[in-house]
Design a binder for this molecule. Structure first.
Ligand SMILES: [Ca+2]
Length: 156
C-alpha cells in the first residue's frame, strides 16, 4: 500500500494540509498562518521625510509618498497627520501611478514635522490609516528614509 509519493503528490498534499490548517484556524489568508501579511501588503507608503530643512521650516519641510499598489491612486482627500489635530492635505499631489513617488512641501500647512522625532500617519480618503512611521531626532537637511514602521491595527 505505502509507496513513495511523487513530487506532484507531495506538493498537492502539502497544499491540502495548509488549506485545512487555514480553514480550521479561522485565518482567511495563508500569509496570516505565517504572520507574514505585512511583507506582502501592497500599500501607499511614506518613503522619505525632511523634518529639519534649512530655511523656513513652515515652507520647506517635505514628505515623499510612494504608490506600491498596482493601480493609480488619487491622493485627493488623503492626509499626513501627527498625534495632534494638525495635518497636511495631499490633494495637490493628484494621481500617483503604480511605483511612482511624489514629494510634497509643507508650504504653510498646519502640521509640523518635529525635529526631535515624531510619529506620522498617512490617512486615506476614507479616514483609514494607510501607513504609520516614526523617526528620532533629525539634524538639519537630513532626509529620513529608514523609519521604524509601525504595525497598523485593524481597528484604526
Ligand atoms: Ca521641523
Amino acid at each position: 500500500m505505502l509507496r513513495k509519493l511523487r513530487l506532484g503528490e507531495k506538493i498537492a498534499l502539502t497544499a491540502a494540509l495548509i488549506g485545512i490548517f487555514v480553514f480550521i484556524s479561522g485565518k482567511t489568508k495563508i500569509c496570516e498562518v505565517f504572520n507574514m501579511c505585512d511583507m506582502f501588503r501592497k500599500k501607499v507608503e511614506i518613503v522619505a521625510l525632511l523634518p529639519n530643512p534649512s530655511g523656513n521650516e513652515r515652507i520647506y519641510e517635505s514628505a515623499t509618498i510612494r504608490n506600491n499598489k498596482n493601480r493609480p491612486i488619487n491622493l485627493k482627500g488623503w492626509l499626513l497627520k501627527d498625534n495632534t489635530e494638525r495635518f497636511w492635505q495631499l490633494d495637490s499631489l493628484g494621481i500617483i501611478r503604480p511605483d511612482e513617488e511624489k514629494t510634497i512641501q509643507r508650504n504653510f500647512q498646519s502640521m509640523g514635522l518635529n525635529n526631535k522625532g515624531d510619529i506620522i500617519y498617512l490617512i486615506d480618503n476614507n479616514g483609514k490609516v494607510e501607513d504609520m512611521v516614526s523617526y528620532k531626532a533629525v539634524k538639519q537637511d537630513i532626509l529620513v528614509t529608514h523609519f521604524k514602521r509601525m504595525k497598523i491595527s485593524r481597528e484604526q
